[in-house]
Design a protein around this ligand. Structure first.
Ligand code: IPM
Ligand code: MG
Length: 372
């Protein structure tokens, strides 16, 4: 029995997670997978009522779970950044979910490329470091001097900034940093992941020609790991990678990418495979509690109308099953998604006529039919 935390969050998160749970329920009917789901009321509604984001109490309860099934966060009534930082990014940081796995698969006929070549790129986005640490500040005549202190489980940094620029100006800065420890565990995961997929190469994306410090160290460590694993390492600058994803996506397998570039490239990837509604993702701590979520956000403009495509949430459920030791059941969800695409049982964004819940039911029905 797996103990799952269910965190629908805001907007369409609620609808797509409900559909995903119908599908998970179907999986319990036809396999040895079984779960109990505890619903967590974390999101904008609660925040507006109580001011709470992700509380210590939430964290204590979530710690006891095997995995978290997460919908989306973000609400127009709340200033941008508050929910994202206070819930989603905090979740990733607190549970040290250092890998963000985002597969980009050619879901024909949704792929918007002219060439019909199948591809299956697996992005591993580093999820805890780089420009996502909130390490920054403002200084200058309007703000005075700046002393920056960054505290993480991995490190404590004390930085004194005494910039004496003429003419005196106001500055704002955001520090992107990587640790040897953080890069090493990321590289290990990437090479192991590629190996498990039967590949002999990892592609590392960076901007080492400009941000030479952080990405220089990253290259050095990845190269050591490549030698250790006896595997190939390919370097790609992020700008060139954006082009290559369009012209030759079939040449990539496992792709390791730092946090910020990974955020951008995986949205491009989501569109390549058929839209944000087709992108599932896993925030993975191989030794802790992982969290599975659709890549898309809370889409407040269509929330509550049954218009949201639940496939990304179902693909997130696939990753959850695989992560929890049920890869065949996971594959079944993948096949079920293929089936609803082939039979037009989709929401209007994919050309179908069904509501969110109906797509969930169609996928669940396919799963139930797999019972032998
Ligand atoms: C994502 C999202 C988040 C991110 C936002 C909501 C903070 O864009 O999961 O890709 O940038 O990581
Ligand atoms: Mg993003």
């Amino acid at each position: 029995m797996k103990h799952l935390a269910i965190v629908p969050g805001d907007g369409i998160g609620k609808e797509v997670i409900a559909a995903g749970m119908d599908v998970l329920d179907a999986v319990t009917e036809i396999s040895t997978f079984d779960y109990d789901g505890e619903l967590f009321d974390i999101g904008a509604d609660r925040y507006l009522k109580t001011g709470e984001l992700l509380t210590d109490e939430d964290i204590e309860s979530l710690k006891k779970k095997d995995a978290i099934y997460f919908g989306a966060i973000g609400d127009p009534r709340v200033k941008p950044g508050i929910m994202e930082q206070g819930v989603l990014l905090k979740m990733r940081a607190v549970f040290d979910q250092y890998i963000n796995l985002r597969p980009v698969t050619s879901w024909f006929p949704l792929v918007p490329l002219k060439r019909e070549v199948p591809f299956d790129m697996h992005f591993l986005r580093e999820n805890t470091e780089d420009f996502y640490m909130g390490a920054g500040g403002e200084f200058g005549p309007s703000n005075g001097d700046c002393k920056l202190k960054v505290k993480r489980e991995l490190y404590t940094l004390d930085i004194d900034l005494n910039v004496d620029a003429e003419p005196k100006d106001d500055f704002a800065f955001e520090i992107g940093f990587l640790s040897r420890k953080g890069i090493t565990r990321f590289a290990d995961y990437a090479f192991k992941y590629a190996q498990a997929r039967g590949e002999d190469k990892v592609t590392l994306v960076d901007k080492a020609n400009v941000c030479t410090h952080v990405y220089g160290m990253q290259r050095e460590i990845f190269q050591q790991k490549a030698d250790e694993y006896g595997m190939k390492l390919e370097f790609m600058f992020v700008d060139a990678m954006a082009m290559a994803m369009i012209v030759r996506p079939e040449t990539f397998g496992t792709i390791a990418v730092p946090n910020l570039f990974g955020d951008i490239l995986t949205d491009l990837g989501a569109q390549l495979q058929g839209g944000l509604g087709m992108g599932g993702s896993g925030n993975i701590n191989p030794h802790g509690v992982s969290m599975f979520e659709p890549i898309h956000g809370s889409a407040p403009d269509i929330a509550g109308q049954g218009k949201a495509n639940p496939i990304a949430a179902v693909l997130a459920a696939q990753m959850l099953l695989t992560n929890q030791g049920y890869p065949e059941e996971g594959q079944m969800l993948h096949d079920a998604v293929r089936h609803v695409l082939d039979t037009g049982k989709t929401t209007p964004d994919l050309g179908g006529k069904l509501k969110t819940a109906e797509v969930g039911k169609a996928i669940a029905e396919y799963v139930l039919n797999q019972k032998r």
